[in-house]
Design a protein around this ligand. Structure first.
Ligand code: BES
Ligand code: MN
Ligand code: ZN
Length: 514
């Protein structure tokens, strides 16, 4: 998706369609009013007739015969008083999916008056939404039914700050591409997205975006003592890959953020095998890892002043003849012994070694993302990801940075009860703690491997992929947590050196940093 700007007046914009906003109160703002006048009051008429009410993303197409824009799509931004810039991602996404499916290649898009003073953030959301709206899921179909044809979106600058719009659009395009990259890695079936394939994708991202990469094979993982990670891999015919991407954006600083993502390219459950129903969705069990690779892509492109390392332990979880059996005891990189009660609780086993390795690489802050527990879906449904932290200030900074992105995160507690549930009779820990608080016993297990480093854990089991589509988003992988990862990176990069974690200048929920 190409996202550009135009200084043309609304009535003289050349495009296959012009997209204009409205709110549920039915009163039309300047640009929409001007276009509506040219349409003879068609938009106001449809609103007055109750044909469109203004629920978010509700839309109606008008033909504009004789105008340089040949059609007008009016798209609702919902309630005026509840406007947030993220609504513009849904606005642009809705337009691209609706008009793109009608074979329209070239769209112009107007901003609402609320963009004034926050042009960069608003343009970023437009570019992000337009890019992610065009994501195609039917890539293996010989004759896909209705492709999304839109390749170009032009934002009308009007009397807004054009420079800020350009800057925001550039940032939003990169974010949208990163989100789509994460989605492509996730939706690709496990036979074509093995640990080796994922490592190759990461290698390409690194080569093209100025990142360093190190992929540890099985032998090197063994040398490092990653017995917990390797215990998951040993049942698979596919060799494991432990992927490390590095970006040195602030060589003068010893601060380093580690982004760690679960990279199970397929989770059968192992010997504790899963039921057949929906098992195909377990190709998505590398969504956290895909999010890390995609965030590193965005970081490489946008070059924030921050050191970041991305770590993705990648393996299948298979019930092969050499597979780990329930009751086996394995040893993680930090010497902790783990009794494997249930081989389907494999995410925590690979993350244990990844978290220890993050510290070995000098991480001063760690965020991990994982499709870790079905219990997270029971607790929060598909509405939000679960958050657990060992450092309230860093947790608050993450939540504040993530808030305006549209990805939802909900903090859950850490109590010692949860780690007590993970004590084994014969080893230091066991890998399951029974049914109660499954998300939190899993998080407590991970916490044993992060040491004193401020850490935020994201359980994205309910948010990484969705069964339903929306007007602005295809069904399937969502790209969570790429938006929050980038927002956190920008928040940390904006933080003055040596400032305590927490809510630094510019990290407030009000605006996405651009
Ligand atoms: N990958 C699954 C978690 C999952 C479930 C993600 C549903 C997305 C949708 C994970 O590896 C798993 O199997 N967790 C087990 C843990 C249990 C055995 C303690 C679970 O949640 O059932
Ligand atoms: Mn599992
Ligand atoms: Zn899993």
């Amino acid at each position: 998706m190409q996202v550009g700007i135009t200084h043309d007046a609304p009535l003289s914009v050349r495009a296959e369609a012009l997209v204009v906003p409205f709110f549920s109160d039915g009163s039309l703002d300047e640009i929409t009013k001007e276009i509506d006048d040219a349409l003879g009051g068609a938009i106001a008429g449809a609103l007055a007739a109750g044909e469109i009410k203004g629920k978010p993303a509700e839309h109606l197409l008008f033909y504009a015969k004789g105008q340089p824009f040949r059609r007008v799509l009016a798209v609702s931004l919902g309630e005026r008083s509840k406007f947030e810039p993220v609504a513009l991602a849904r606005y642009a996404g809705t337009a691209v999916r609706y008009l793109g499916r009608r074979n329209l290649d070239d769209l112009a898009i107007a901003l609402p008056p609320q963009a004034r003073g926050q042009e960069a953030a608003c343009a970023s959301f437009i570019a992000e939404g337009a890019t992610t709206g065009a994501f195609e899921t039917g890539v293996y179909q010989g004759k896909p039914e209705r492709r999304i044809a839109t390749t170009r979106v032009t934002i009308l600058t009007g009397s807004f700050d054009a420079q800020a719009i350009e800057r925001g659009a550039a940032r939003g395009s990169v974010l949208g591409e990163a989100v789509n990259l994460a989605r492509r890695l996730a939706i690709t079936p496990a036979n074509e997205m093995t640990p080796s394939d994922l490592a190759e994708e990461a290698t390409t991202v690194a080569a093209q975006n100025g990142l360093a990469i190190d992929v540890l094979d099985e032998a090197r993982a063994r040398q490092e003592g990653m017995g917990s990670f390797l215990s998951v891999a040993q049942g698979s015919a596919q060799p494991p890959k432990f992927i490390v991407l590095r970006y040195d954006g602030d060589p003068s600083s010893t601060e380093r953020l580690a982004l760690v993502g679960k990279g199970i390219t397929f989770d059968t459950g192992g010997i504790s095998i899963k039921p057949a129903e929906h098992m195909e969705d377990m190709k998505y069990d590398m969504s956290g890892g895909a999010g890390v690779i995609a965030a590193m892509y965005a970081i490489g492109r946008l070059k924030p002043k921050l050191n970041v390392v991305g770590i993705v332990p990648a393996t299948e979880n298979m019930p092969g003849g050499k597979a780990t059996k329930p009751g086996d005891v394995v040893k993680a990189m930090n010497g902790t012994t783990i009794e494997v009660i249930n081989t389907d609780a494999e995410g925590r086993l690979i993350l244990a070694d990844a978290l220890v390795y993050a510290n070995k690489l000098g991480a001063t802050k760690i965020v991990d993302a994982a499709t870790l527990t079905g219990a997270a879906v029971i607790a929060l449904g598909h509405a939000a990801s679960a958050v657990v932290t060992n450092d309230e200030a860093f947790g608050d900074q993450f939540l504040a940075a993530a808030k305006p992105t549209g990805e939802r995160y909900w903090q859950m507690p850490y109590y010692e009860d949860y780690i007590s549930a993970m004590k084994s009779d014969i080893a230091d820990l066991k890998n399951t703690g029974g049914r109660p608080a499954g998300t939190l016993t899993a998080a407590a297990f991970l916490r044993e491997f992060v040491g004193e480093t401020p850490w935020v854990h994201l359980d994205i089991a309910g948010t990484a992929y969705l069964e339903g589509e929306s007007p602005w988003q295809a069904k399937g992988p969502t790209g969570t947590p790429v938006r929050a990862f980038l927002a956190l990176v920008e928040s940390l990069a904006a933080q003055p050196p040596n400032a305590p974690a927490g809510r630094p200048n510019g990290a407030q929920a009000a605006e996405v940093a651009v």
